[in-house]
Design a protein around this ligand. Structure first.
Ligand code: F3S
Length: 283
């Protein structure tokens, strides 16, 4: 049996960098290590880190109780206020914000200083967007669709800088840009959509189309893994959604010659490796 594992399966660059930072810090740091929010939405990783002594801070109030130790900022980033709070409490801060997100922080800060208004295409309740808003040094608005953009209560003369949450759908962003150009006389658009998700989906589609069976590995509640599953299922009828090796039923695999494997954005490499090794060994 031939097995193809997607190169883009699992963690993107920014998440891998943040998770590696936590493991490294847990080994090297003296004193307690905390992450501000769970480092990724994967219980296995969070529990594994907890065993190594890494604790999750779940709120600003919890942060305020700390007097010593190291706090790691995850790839989503945090508002400037939180970063300053960590420093002012005398805690050691390690910033593992993804550089692509950090770039947006810089943009919204600089644009605000120039007196420009920032509009972000994204989900206002997502931690990444809350973080971005927290670096704006001028007026900032978040819109998730055309209607919200149309109804923004600012005049057509306002100079606007338009950016996006890194995981925003690029096609939707382009549609919003068209509306923006009609609504405001003066605007700059900076495409800050990260293509890690798109590349993962495109590769999954390619592999699924060339395979007899496809394994999609990821958390049951992970929406990006669910999306990967749907994409693969369109091109390959025998697509299976598994969380770990335990969920894998090997019976139907006797008749397959070519199996493809991909995984959602918060699936650790260890789980992907384990699945692929077992599929190769058994057949
Ligand atoms: Fe990942 Fe950073 Fe892109 S966290 S999805 S590489 S913006």
């Amino acid at each position: 049996m031939e097995v193809t594992v997607a190169k883009t399966a699992g963690f993107c660059f920014g998440v891998k960098r943040a998770v590696d930072t936590v493991y490294k810090t847990a080994e090297e740091a003296e004193g307690k290590v905390y992450t501000f929010g769970p480092i990724i939405h994967n219980d296995q990783v969070v529990n594994d880190l907890a065993e190594k002594g890494v604790q999750v801070i779940r709120s600003e109030e919890e942060l305020e109780q700390l007097t010593e130790g190291t706090v790691i900022i995850r790839s989503h980033g945090v508002p400037r206020r939180i970063q300053e709070k960590i420093a002012s409490q005398g805690l050691n801060c390690i910033d593992a914000t993804c550089p692509f997100v950090k770039k947006i922080h810089r943009i919204v800060d600089e644009e605000g200083q120039k007196g420009h208004t920032v509009i972000i295409a994204g989900d206002a309740n997502h931690p990444e967007v809350e973080g971005i808003c927290g670096w704006a040094s001028g007026p900032v608005y978040v819109v998730s669709n055309a209607e919200e953009l149309q109804n923004i209560p600012i005049s057509a003369q306002t100079f606007v800088c338009f950016v996006a949450q890194t995981t925003f759908n690029y096609k939707k962003f382009e549609e919003l840009v068209e509306i923006l150009y009609k609504k405001f006389y003066d605007s700059t658009v900076i495409n800050t959509v990260c293509n890690a998700t798109e590349e993962r989906q495109a590769e999954a589609r390619r592999i699924a189309a060339a395979s007899d069976a496809m394994l999609v590995i990821g958390g049951k509640h992970s929406s990006n893994t669910q999306k990967l599953f749907e994409i693969c299922k369109e091109s390959c009828d025998n697509t299976y959604f598994i969380e770990t090796l335990v969920d894998l039923d090997f019976k139907p695999f006797q008749s397959f010659c070519h199996v493809g494997i991909t995984a959602g954005a918060s699936t650790p490499n260890k789980i992907i490796e384990e699945v692929q090794k077992n599929v190769r060994i058994k057949f």
